[in-house]
Write a protein that binds this ligand. Structure first.
Ligand SMILES: [Zn+2]
Length: 340
């Protein structure tokens, strides 16, 4: 089997360099005891970690054929049911990875593998660990039991202890090209071409984001509602805008997504103004975007885009969300009907 063909067996779309590197390292028996996959949400960090676990535990004789995807080990890993592979993740969107979870990992790590050659721990979103949990994990990284491999993922490498990062092989995953995501959605998820094109663009090259959107029936409606709210804000007076800021600040789960959607929309307006129509994300809104591009001055649109970026950063930095939204909404221009 050629090297290229063996790569195709990894259940990973894109990230060819990382797959090649890991496959070679594994074949030469030089796998490190800890890997850190970093990259934006949905880029494929856990998918790659799971594929590596499959390759490590696959029962094929020939190392070049691992992972086969078909043997019992490969199937159990794919379903997160393999007794020697443990997936550890923050317990909820607002909850950090806890010291108890790391202690449980350490307890299991001290035991011998149940059936495989080694024990694999996939620890997701390590940048959302409490300081105590991160420090505890550092101990395992410093003196890992010989049969244990740790596969860690994080969105922000900067949020991790430098001592943790330095003990791992770091693989930074970048978003895939829109074309690769679009093709994967069409061919592997059997998504209709028009929807695949839109979802691929909205995902920004993070296939996991697009697939999550497929499984989330409300995502289209939420996006439509977010855009309508923004249109409404443009036509609204000061008082109504402040009311909207208050309303939005009471939806902490949704507000980031809403502001991100607004940013994507205005960035599209800017792209059309710059003659880059082919790069817009909201391809189903082309007419509205083109009208907006003709109506608003380029300079004004750039200010709006910057204001939206700032707002996202403030929210990331845990600045008072309501204040950030008020500042944003009051800085938006007023559509003609309201200009007095
Ligand atoms: Zn297998």
């Amino acid at each position: 089997m050629t090297r290229e063909a063996s790569q195709l067996a990894w259940p990973v779309i894109g990230h060819e360099w990382a797959v090649r590197l890991l496959a070679q390292t594994l074949r030469h028996g030089r796998l490190s005891h800890a890997y850190l996959f970093v990259g934006p949400p949905g880029v494929g960090k856990t998918t790659l970690a799971r594929a590596l676990a499959q390759a490590m535990l696959c029962s094929q004789e020939d190392p070049a054929s691992r992972p086969c995807g078909a043997c019992r080990a490969c199937q159990l890993v794919r379903q997160d049911r393999h007794p020697d592979v443990r997936l550890v993740a923050p317990p909820g969107p607002d909850r950090a990875l806890s010291i108890e979870q790391i202690r449980e990992l350490q307890r299991e790590a001290s035991l011998s593998p149940m059936e495989g050659r080694s024990k694999v721990f996939i620890v997701r979103e390590l940048d959302r660990a409490t300081p105590q949990a991160a420090n505890a994990l550092l101990k395992t990284l410093e003196e890992p039991p010989p049969h244990v491999t740790l596969l860690l993922t994080a969105v922000q490498r900067e949020a991790l202890l430098p001592t943790v990062v330095s003990r791992c092989q770091v693989l930074a995953l970048r978003p895939l090209s829109i074309a690769v995501v679009e093709e994967a959605l069409r061919e592997r998820w059997e998504v209709a071409p028009e929807q695949a094109a839109l979802l691929a663009r909205l995902s920004g090259g993070c296939l996991g984001v697009a697939v999550a959107a497929l499984e989330d029936e409300d995502v289209g409606a939420r996006r439509q509602q977010a855009i309508e709210r923004m249109m409404h804000a443009l036509e609204a007076d000061r008082v109504t805008r402040l009311e909207l800021a208050e309303q939005l600040s009471q939806e902490p789960e949704a507000v980031r997504e809403i502001v991100s959607l607004w940013l994507g929309w205005w960035r599209d307006v800017m792209l059309i103004q710059s003659g880059c129509d082919d790069r817009i994300v909201n391809i189903d809104q082309r007419d509205v975007l083109q009208r907006a591009a003709r109506y608003w001055a380029h300079e004004r649109v750039r200010e709006i885009v910057q204001g939206l970026r700032d707002t996202l950063e403030y929210m990331e930095a845990n600045v008072n969300t309501r204040l950030a939204l008020e500042t944003l909404l009051l800085s938006l221009p007023y559509a003609p009907s309201r200009q007095a």
